[in-house]
Design a protein around this ligand. Sequence first.
Ligand SMILES: Cc1cc2nc3c(=O)[nH]c(=O)nc-3n(C[C@H](O)[C@H](O)[C@H](O)COP(=O)(O)OP(=O)(O)OC[C@H]3O[C@@H](n4cnc5c(N)ncnc54)[C@H](O)[C@@H]3O)c2cc1C
Length: 77
Amino acid sequence: MQDWSTEHWTSPPQVHRLNDYDHFGHPLYQRPTLDGRLHWASTETSTEYAGHIEGALTAGLRAAQAVLNGQASANRR
Ligand SMILES: Cc1cc2nc3c(=O)[nH]c(=O)nc-3n(C[C@H](O)[C@H](O)[C@H](O)COP(=O)(O)OP(=O)(O)OC[C@H]3O[C@@H](n4cnc5c(N)ncnc54)[C@H](O)[C@@H]3O)c2cc1C
């Protein structure tokens, strides 16, 4: 069994400084940029299970839906 917490490159001694989840899921992280052409879909953007695989999947679905919604409204113009 692999204990990732003992691996230098995945869990260096100062990793606890990176464990601030306070801003994960913030609406700013979900806001597209470049006039709606660039959407963010990482686990950090997720309001649920941010920092985990489930959060990454949720974020991917949200971003894909946002792209589709953007295309639909562009087609209506
Ligand atoms: C050691 C470890 C163990 C973990 N264990 C668990 C676990 O047991 N359960 C769990 O739920 N979560 C676990 N996680 C967390 C989980 O892996 C992440 O939350 C998840 O992978 C995030 O997915 P993501 O798509 O947001 O980002 P990532 O999986 O990091 O994907 C980002 C992708 O973008 C690519 N990329 C980065 N910069 C650029 C660039 N400039 N241009 C192009 N591509 C770029 C990267 O190469 C990568 O492929 C673990 C993480 C680590 C490090």
